[in-house]
Design a protein around this ligand. Structure first.
Ligand SMILES: [Zn+2]
Length: 131
């Protein structure tokens, strides 16, 4: 299967459009690698369909531009939003629930995308829905 590249988690349309940097610091980079290794890649391997990251790491400025909450795990490199073509967020979450994949939060956001986070020190395994 295709492997994740760190660039998929750093690229940001908001940053490109506004010509600002979206470079993670070393701690966020470390968290992004954990997120890929323990969450995103296992999900991609399990579902075996193209998975598109719509938002990964966010610098403070990028987070403001996309109106993210101020304590967002995206700011620490602990979260990613993604879509899978041909699968609704509810279906994706149902599938992940049946797998032995660790996560902190799994959120169906507006029935449009899935937010997944990983926090090596405190994975709560919460499943939520935002309408
Ligand atoms: Zn998110």
């Amino acid at each position: 299967m295709l492997n994740f590249k760190i660039s998929e988690l750093i690229k940001s349309d908001a940053a490109t459009k506004n010509n600002i940097s979206n470079m993670p610091d070393i701690n966020s980079l470390d968290n992004l690698l954990d997120l890929i290794f323990y969450c995103l890649q296992p999900i991609r391997d399990k579902i075996k369909k193209p998975m598109i990251i719509t938002s990964g790491f966010r610098s403070n400025l990028v987070n403001k531009l996309v109106k993210g909450v101020s304590n967002s795990q995206h700011l620490k490199g602990q979260a990613a939003d993604f879509i899978i073509n041909g699968m609704a967020p509810t279906q994706i979450i149902e599938k992940i629930k049946t797998c032995n994949i660790d996560f902190d939060q799994l959120i169906n956001e507006y029935d449009r995308w899935v937010h997944v986070s990983y926090n090596k020190n405190n994975n709560r395994r919460q499943i939520l829905k935002i309408n």
